[in-house]
Write a protein of this length. Structure first.
Length: 114
């Protein structure tokens, strides 16, 4: 059953073009678009991004590096704790329409299966 759902999701994602660089005419793949959205106009700690998106640290690091190389974000030590890295948009317009963080849907916590 799980295999069928995964195949279905892959098929729909491919057909919708969600993995293409031109997804939603944003010029970037879905993974990068999701990270930009989660960073939001106020910035976000990298470890919180990782938890929200349920991504492994290596993949998130590559996504952040690509966005940083593209001039879309900066990743710097947090003002409060220099051990914590914070990602910030270089321009709020990277989100498209301005969407205050208070009106954005909260990410659901990762689910675990036994």
């Amino acid at each position: 059953m799980i295999g069928q759902v995964r195949r279905f999701n892959r098929t729909v994602t491919q057909r919708a073009g969600a993995l293409d660089d031109g997804f939603l005419a944003r010029g970037r793949p879905l993974g990068q678009a999701r990270v930009l959205w989660e960073i939001g106009p106020d910035g976000c700690d990298v470890r919180l991004l990782r938890a929200r998106l349920d991504l492994d640290s290596g993949y998130l690091s590559r996504l952040l590096r690509a966005l940083e190389d593209g001039g879309l974000i900066t990743v710097e030590p947090s003002d409060a704790d220099k051990r914590v890295r914070t990602a910030r948009l270089t321009s709020p317009s990277w989100l498209g329409a301005s969407t205050p963080a208070s009106t954005r849907p909260a990410a659901s916590p990762p689910t675990t299966t036994s």
